[in-house]
Design a binder for this molecule. Structure first.
Ligand SMILES: [Zn+2]
Ligand SMILES: [Zn+2]
Length: 329
């Protein structure tokens, strides 16, 4: 019997706990606060310290959440468990599980570029590595974050000249904080959707250097909005809340913007290729650094990645079907 089974997320029979389960269980260990990994209904949660306020905001104030810093092992029914930085969002963790010399690492979602907000990814040696594969195709290769932020800033200036507001569309958790952080050096003030403000506030106690953002209301002066940028989730597009600020241009911030046609399909005026997931070289580097012989590819282009690892790298690459990947909103 392997140490982890692919049942309702990842189940450790020896330790009797689940990692990122979909259905209610007694004991859940969460990799991070995105809604496809952090679901309600668990009796007890264990997550990284910096995920606590995010999880409280999403799972409800009465959720029982125990937290743990990175690199501090605990023992659950004889199984050694520890959390390690995944570099995906604030509080995101890889879960290392060890029993009788067998070591697994479930990485959740991760990225290898240091985004200046999340604790940077640290590879963890193991025999079995469970990797996401959201962008597991060679066409996905990201530019550096600074380059993307400069493009975003230039776009905002252009919109300003044309007398239209700039609307940046991004996940409320993770990407929005990167944008707030990245545009701060240009002095761009952010006017945000309430959901975005809430996530910013859940992160700020752990990142006091992250600028506060202002909630966009009908009383916000139009001239101020024109000088700054509106930040909101995709669900806010085509709502009266946003339409009030017309004329505006919409810039979608997502790794999917790398694909030709994606911008048009989302009716965006601009696409910024900014992702919280590893690109193809990032995935390969991360996998190699674990030294794992067995690599289990989940959500994304899992079969492409697993085949590549088996055929080109001599590893035991396999596909695991999971229910992750529909990240919030
Ligand atoms: Zn995620
Ligand atoms: Zn995910």
């Amino acid at each position: 019997m392997p140490l982890l089974e692919f049942d309702n997320g990842f189940y450790c029979r020896q330790g009797d706990f689940y990692i990122d389960p979909y259905r209610p269980v007694d004991r859940a260990i969460l990799t991070h606060g995105h809604s496809d990994h952090a679901r309600s209904g668990m009796k007890h949660y264990l997550a990284h310290t910096e995920s606590e306020l995010i999880l409280k905001a999403r799972l409800g104030a009465d959720a029982v959440i125990e937290t743990l810093p990175y690199n501090v092992p605990v023992t659950i029914n004889g199984v050694k468990v520890s959390l390690h930085p995944a570099g995906h969002i604030v509080g995101s963790a890889q879960v290392r599980v060890e029993y009788q010399g067998e070591v697994w690492v479930v990485s959740g979602d991760y990225k290898t570029e240091d985004d200046g907000i999340s604790t940077p990814f640290e590879p963890v040696r193991c025999q079995h590595f469970v990797t996401e594969s959201t962008f597991g195709l060679p066409i996905y290769q990201w530019e550096e974050q600074d380059v993307i932020m400069e493009k975003m800033y230039q776009w905002i200036l252009k919109n300003r000249e044309k007398g239209r507001a700039s609307v940046l569309v991004a996940y409320t958790l993770g990407k929005s904080q990167r944008i707030v952080h990245g545009l701060a050096k240009y002095g761009i003030k952010i006017y945000a959707h309430g959901a975005t403000v809430n996530m910013n506030e859940a992160v700020r106690p752990f990142r006091p250097e992250l600028p506060m953002i202002e909630k966009l209301t009908k009383d916000t002066p139009k001239e101020d909005v024109l000088q700054g940028a509106i930040l909101c989730p995709g669900s806010a597009l085509d709502t009266p809340w946003l339409r009030r600020w017309y004329p505006y241009a919409v810039g979608v911030c997502s790794g999917w913007m790398q694909v030709r046609g994606a911008q048009r399909r989302r009716n965006a005026d601009a696409g910024f290729v900014l992702s919280d997931h590893a690109d193809w070289p990032g995935l390969l580097d991360a996998i190699e650094a674990t030294g794992a012989e067995n690599v289990w590819a989940t959500h994304g282009f899992s079969s492409t990645l697993a085949r590549f690892l088996t055929e080109e790298r001599g590893l035991n690459g396999q596909v695991v079907k999971t229910q992750y990947g529909e990240e919030e909103e």
